[in-house]
Structure formats: C-alpha cells, structure tokens
Write a protein that binds this ligand. Structure first.
Ligand SMILES: Nc1ncnc2c1ncn2[C@@H]1O[C@H](COP(=O)(O)OP(=O)(O)O)[C@@H](O)[C@H]1O
Ligand SMILES: N[C@@H](CCC(=O)OP(=O)(O)O)C(=O)O
Length: 373
C-alpha cells in the first residue's frame, strides 16, 4: 500500500528538525546536512520537486552568543536565530552546490500566511523557485516572530507549507524512528506504530513533549501538524532522519517510520486556510441542538443556537465554535462582530434587523465559511 501511495508523488515537503541537524547541543552537523543533500539531489534527479522546511537556526546560533542550553528570553532566541540562520543557509548552500543545485531562503511568519494576499505571494515565490530548479528552504522568521505571531513550531509551519505549496506529501524527519504507542522515554513498553489510519484522541494522548533543549514541541506538535495535513487529503510520513538513506528508502515504499493516511479527499483549500492558518479571535459557545445540526447536517450557525461569547472580534474574523462543554468542534468566519452577536444571540434570525436596525444575513457563520475540526 505504501508503494501505491508514494509512487505518484511529485512535489513533497521535507521537514527537518533541530535534533538531527545539530551535533549534540553545539552547532550544525555537517555530515547530516550532506547526507540530506545527497538524497534530495537524487530525488530531484528522478523528477521530484522538493521543498525543505528546516529548523536549526536557534541551535546553530547560540554558540556564537556564548549561550549554554536553550536561550532564556525571546530576544536571546531571536538574536541566536539571526546568527544561526545565515550559518544554516550557508551549510545547505555548500552541501547542495556539490550537486550543482541552488537553494533559496524563505522566511515566514504566521501573519504572512493569515493574510490571503501574502499567502498567495508566498505561494507564487515558492512555485517560481521550483520552476527555476531552486530548492526553497523555509524557516520561521524568528527575528520578528514573537509569541503572538509565531507558528509555534516548525512542525506546524511545515503543515501550512504543505497546503500552501499543494505538495502531495509531508515527510517529517526527526531523531526517533516514528510515532510510538507511548512516549518511549517514560514507557519501556512503547512500540513503533507503522500506520496511523486516523489521528484520534487516543493517538494524540500517546504523544509527549520534546524532552531536549534543542527540539520544540516533541511528538505532540508533530501530530497536530500531521492532522492538518491529512485533513487536506495529503499523507504524512515520519521517519528517523539519522538513519542512512532514509529519504530514498521511505520514498521507495520501504516500511520505515510511521505513515499517517489522508482523511478522505480532504477539505477544500479555502476551508483549510480558515481552519488552520487564520488565528481565531474569539469563541462562540453554542447549545447542544446547534452543535448537532452543525456537526451532523452541515448547517449554518444561526443566532438562536448561541449561548455565550468570548473575545472581541470584527465581522469577517475567524472564531472558534465550541459545544456546551466548551470543547471546540468547528471554526469559521463570522458575519457579525462580537458586539453585534452579543445583542442578537438566542434570538431568531428574523429578529436581527429589528434589534440591530440592519442585517447582513440570517447566519452568524454561513456553512460555506464553517469547518468542522
Ligand atoms: N509517542 C511518541 N513517539 C515518539 N516520540 C515521542 C513520543 N512522545 C514524545 N516523543 C519525543 O519527541 C521527540 C521528537 O520531537 P522534538 O524533540 O521536537 O524533535 P525535532 O527537533 O525533530 O522537532 C522524540 O525524540 C521523543 O523523545
Ligand atoms: N525556527 C526555529 C525552529 C523551531 C522548531 O520548531 O524546532 P524543531 O522542533 O526542532 O523543528 C529554528 O530555526 O531554530
């Protein structure tokens, strides 16, 4: 089955985590980067288009700052990234030059992709680089990204890039053989799971944090990323980046790592962008009846089903839609601001105009702008 899934893939995103790029805690591991370049060059020779999402800037830069362990403050992390990003790119540039290939640096923040225009610009740049035969190497723009606008981790960034670039596979390279039934550092009975058909809550519970001073997020963020990707109908493969020839073996369909199967055909790309790229500005709590018709019948959200609101947002914002117990089950673009919804919640749609003096429509979130998670 793996072979069937992998044989038609042309464009793929390879996410390379800090843990395999760094030699211990100090600086970059040139040997690993050379091995990656050799394999990527051979994939390209067989007709693949490869986009790399690479971590490692902070880890590569911190020795220049004389820091021991993880940078303690955000400005320290940003300073380390500023130094490390150039080292990282220089290393990739040298490694790929041995194969006559050029690389291009693309640094992104979440805000870039949440803005539809910039999202389209980033996509055009990546397409153009690939068109010229250049390998895009993407990282978060750590020097400007602060808590509020950062992707959170490069697992998430790689998921967003996979949809942005319409890639057919996300290949995550980390320092462990794949996804285990439990965190192997704390549970000796943990076993490698070769195939995940659906990322259920049970699967998510098996994922632990990073436990290292260079990695960010651990398995938990990798599963969140894989979930986003499979939801768009694209498989995700997670492998141990330190094994020799791993990219070639994985792409040849060998049973290595963990394969996460795509969830059906996937939601359309605009809905994917609403659900996973936009930053939610507030929460709308609905009653059980509304939850059921939204989740089971694919209906729009009307004011009568809303019981409570949190946050301040404008018309057109992305909001979380939560059930009576507060659990988020959908996301959508709202047609009314928080101030307007506060006045009309619990009312019938035909009363909107009477209460507000105007109306945009019957729905708070139209089903075309609503995505079930
Ligand atoms: N269920 C699990 N299966 C595999 N690894 C896990 C699991 N739970 C936690 N981990 C940890 O996640 C780590 C990989 O994540 P991370 O440190 O963020 O690496 P990277 O730098 O590649 O992103 C592994 O080394 C492992 O210790
Ligand atoms: N943008 C950061 C990477 C942050 C990150 O997510 O790291 P990792 O968990 O190793 O993929 C850097 O280049 O250091």
């Amino acid at each position: 089955m793996r072979h069937e899934i992998l044989k038609n893939i042309k464009r793929l995103v390879i996410k390379i985590g800090s843990r395999i790029l760094t030699a211990g805690e100090n600086g970059l591991d040139r040997g690993t980067i050379d091995r990656i370049a050799t394999q990527v060059a051979s994939l390209r020779a067989s007709g693949h288009e490869v986009i790399i999402v690479s971590s490692g800037a902070v880890a590569a830069g911190r020795s220049a700052l004389g820091l021991v362990g993880r940078p303690r403050t955000i400005p320290q992390k940003q300073a380390a990234a500023a130094v490390g990003q150039t080292r990282l790119m220089r290393t990739y540039e040298e490694a790929f030059a041995a194969f006559g290939a050029n690389v291009g640096q693309v640094l992104l923040t979440r805000e870039d992709l949440a803005d539809r225009q910039r999202f389209l610009n980033a996509r055009a740049t990546i397409d153009t680089l690939l068109g010229f035969g250049i390998i895009p190497i993407i990282n978060e723009n750590d020097t400007v990204a602060v808590e509020e606008i950062k992707f959170g981790d490069n697992d998430n960034l790689s998921a967003l890039v996979t949809t942005l670039a319409e890639a057919q596979l996300l290949l995550i390279m980390t320092d462990i053989d794949g996804f285990y039934s439990a965190d192997p550092r704390t549970d000796p009975t943990a076993r490698l799971v070769p195939l995940v058909r659906a990322i259920t809550r049970e699967v998510e519970q098996a994922a632990g944090g990073s436990g290292s001073s260079v990695g960010t997020g651990g398995m938990a963020t990798k599963l969140v990323a894989a979930k986003k990707v499979v939801k768009s109908g694209v498989p995700t493969l997670m492998v141990n980046g330190s094994s020799p020839e791993i990219i070639i073996r994985a792409m040849a369909g060998e049973e290595v790592g963990t394969l996460f199967l795509p969830a059906g055909k996937g939601i359309n790309r605009r809905k994917h962008w609403i659900a996973y790229t936009l930053r939610p500005r507030g929460r709308v709590i609905v009653d059980q009846g509304a939850r059921e018709v939204l989740a089971k019948q694919g209906r729009s959200l009307l004011p009568s089903g809303i019981v409570q609101l949190e946050g301040e947002f404008e018309r057109g914002s992305c909001v979380r839609v939560c059930g009576p117990d507060g659990t988020e089950f959908a996301r959508g673009l709202t047609d009314y601001s928080h101030a307007e919804i506060a006045k009309i919640l619990g009312h019938r749609s035909h009363e909107i105009e009477q209460i507000l003096g105007y109306r945009y429509g019957d729905e708070i979130i139209h089903r075309d702008n609503l995505v079930l998670l």
